[in-house]
Design a protein around this ligand. Structure first.
Ligand SMILES: [Zn+2]
Length: 407
């Protein structure tokens, strides 16, 4: 009971403080939006985030090997990491945008700008949760790491993997601040890229009988891959896998019989599928038709010049319904708003693919952004929702410590 009263009183203080700090948080978000930060080019956004982490009073602020912006508050036993990424999707046609993408505009409580929903509108409130906790002096038996992550758009999980495996910071739990419209997310579908290659024999196009056409060899493979779709694995929560042939390539010589042809397959997968299971399925279909399948390496270069290339495989994950972490998330929500949060899963992939999918670190999603605006010219964040998210992130470590005492 005493714990509940303490949490309730902290929730009230956090609400007040979130209102007092709101303008600064919005200003920080606006600054981030003004900085172009495509994947691998996050340097200035990382520097701006480090500066803000310092300003809000983090006990330690640093950049890791992969160039992530990191801040720490507290020194307690429970190591909690908040992850929101600083890189954004690239603008394809600026004319489609209502406002220039790098010029933040606020209209009726909504801030428009590139990356507002993915994922700078998640970075600002995780940074300001540290500000709230610091200003209120709400320290407890936790260490909270705030991570402005890099590389997420092209290679989700790679920067977090580097932090955990290269720099040796392994959190006990991870909270991912991607778009969830203030609901809890307990999993995501994964994805994998597979390439299939056929080989032929080059010849001048004027005497094709001397060659062997690799593109024509690919034709039955394409049909067979399409035919596979109805038999792909089913998952009780995520449904059936998707598989799309998304690219086709060959030698760029229009007057020759092509000696090779390669296609790319985008496969969306449920938890539990591995590189081996996926390759085995595809090989059983394309192998007899003369195609060779493999999973390519995703080339990844950090803004610090570090190469992090690795297989283009991003496993799905699902937190169990009775996980203590989910209960802590629900309790945090209830303590703030006296109602039950919605619980769901993400259709898209996040850094959780590494923390939960590879490293088995309990991972939960919660963010103020709304998925329908992600990667669109309508990119935006509702500022009241963003303030609420900052409240959630500020209270979460206190509930985490309290509930771990109870157990
Ligand atoms: Zn994102």
């Amino acid at each position: 009971m005493k714990v509940n009263q303490e949490i309730a009183s902290a929730a009230r203080q956090i609400e007040e403080k979130s209102l007092a700090l709101n303008e600064r948080m919005v200003q920080f978000l606006a600054d981030l939006i003004r900085i172009r930060s495509y994947t691998g080019q996050e340097k200035l956004a990382v520097e701006r985030t480090l500066q803000e982490l310092k300003t809000v009073g983090c006990d330690e602020v640093w950049m890791d090997t992969a160039g992530n912006a990191l801040g720490r508050i507290g020194n307690g036993r429970h190591l909690i990491l908040y992850d929101a990424h600083l890189d954004t999707n690239e603008v394809t046609d600026e004319r489609e945008w209502r406002h220039p993408p790098l010029e933040p505009v606020i209209e009726s409580g909504v801030l428009y700008g590139l990356g507002a929903s993915d994922c700078k509108g998640g970075v600002a409130p995780i940074v300001y949760s540290a500000a709230i906790l610091k200003e209120l002096g709400l320290v407890d038996d936790f260490t909270l790491i705030i991570m402005g992550a890099t590389l997420e758009e092209d290679a989700e999980g790679f920067a977090l993997r580097s932090l955990v495996e290269r720099d040796g910071l392994r959190p006990h739990v991870v909270l991912i601040a991607e778009a969830s419209d203030l609901t809890l997310r307990i999993g995501q579908r994964g994805r994998c890229e597979v390439r299939v290659r056929t080989l032929g024999k080059a010849a001048h196009a004027s005497q094709p009988e001397l060659g062997e056409n690799a593109i024509i060899k690919m034709a039955p493979i394409l049909m067979a891959l399409d035919g596979m779709c109805k038999n792909l694995p089913q998952h009780p929560v995520f449904g059936q896998d998707n598989q799309v042939v998304s690219l086709i390539n060959g030698p760029h010589t229009p007057n020759s019989v092509p000696s090779w042809c390669e296609i790319a397959i985008d496969r969306r997968i449920g938890p539990g599928e591995t590189m081996e299971t996926i390759l085995a399925e595809i090989r059983s279909v394309v192998g007899p038709l003369g195609g060779e399948a493999y999973i390519p390496d995703q080339p990844v270069l950090t803004h610090t010049g570090q190469r992090l290339d690795g297989p283009s495989f991003y496993p799905g994950w699902l937190l169990s319904e009775d996980s203590p972490l989910l209960e802590i998330g629900k309790e945090t929500y209830r303590s703030l708003w006296s109602s039950q949060p919605e619980v769901g899963v993400w259709r898209f992939s996040t850094d959780g693919t590494y923390s939960a999918g590879v490293a088995n670190i309990p991972t939960l999603g919660f963010g103020p952004q709304e998925a329908q605006y992600v990667h669109t010219p309508e990119d935006q964040i509702n500022l009241e929702k963003m303030r609420k998210a900052a409240m959630f992130y500020a209270l979460f470590p206190l509930v985490y410590v309290a509930m771990n005492k109870n157990h």
